[in-house]
Design a protein around this ligand. Structure first.
Ligand SMILES: N[C@@H](CCC(=O)N[C@@H](CS)C(=O)NCC(=O)O)C(=O)O
Length: 202
């Protein structure tokens, strides 16, 4: 049994989604935001953040690493073999290091921080940085698709769409990126995504 520590309004959303895609039994060990959260989870995540995963004797932190683990347990097509395994790592790391910092800069200054703490110039800088990355993704999807690795949906799609979910759900302008928009729509309306979104969005 996968034990996902966190809550669906956190990055645990991604892991719930991955567990749903994998069709593996899982439970969410609820961890609420607020004072004491870090101490409550430090046993399973020394960073004091959520999510964390327990799977038997294994404990893992980092949402996207957790998802790679879940997909590896499920096997292909969620975690493909050979060169597509390397492409899966590429898009997952690109999501974490290229797309996510830009998306979060936009998100913090658009809807996460209280209104009086938002900085419009930071939001614009985040949007511009995210747009640069999305242009790369757009060209990739225009050359192939419908999924990141071609014909089969995989954990690379779940991971990158999970990173972009906050911008997709909160009004980022995807109009200049129609292929990306269509791909995100397809990812985030899969039955597994809808199950995770139900926990997050109510
Ligand atoms: N890179 C980490 C980020 C984890 C993270 O920042 N989680 C947030 C919730 S989405 C958190 O625990 N924040 C509480 C804090 O930073 O104190 C991951 O993807 O798992």
């Amino acid at each position: 049994m996968l034990r996902i520590h966190g809550n669906a309004r956190s990055r645990a959303f991604r892991c719930i989604w991955a567990a749903e895609e994998a069709g593996l039994p899982y439970e969410v060990v609820p961890v609420a935001f607020g004072p004491g959260m870090a101490e409550a989870v430090r046993r399973v995540n020394p960073n004091g953040k959520i999510p964390a995963l327990e799977d038997g004797s294994l404990t893992l932190f980092e949402s996207l690493a957790i998802n790679l683990h879940i997909a590896a347990k499920a096997g292909a097509p969620l975690m493909p073999a050979g060169e597509d395994a390397s492409r899966t790592l590429q898009w997952t790391l690109w999501g974490a290091t290229e797309a996510e910092p830009a998306a979060m800069q936009w998100a913090y200054n658009t809807f996460i921080l209280p209104a009086e703490k938002r900085d419009a110039s930071q939001a614009a800088a985040g949007a511009a940085a995210l747009g640069q990355r999305l242009a790369v993704l757009e060209a990739h999807l225009a050359a192939g698709g419908p999924w990141l690795l071609g014909a089969a949906y995989g954990i690379a799609d779940c991971n990158l769409a999970g990173v972009l979910y906050g911008s997709w759900a909160n009004g980022f302008d995807y109009a200049p990126f129609p292929k990306t928009r269509a791909w995100l729509d397809a990812c985030l309306t899969r039955p597994a995504a809808l199950a995770a979104r139900k926990l997050r969005e109510g």
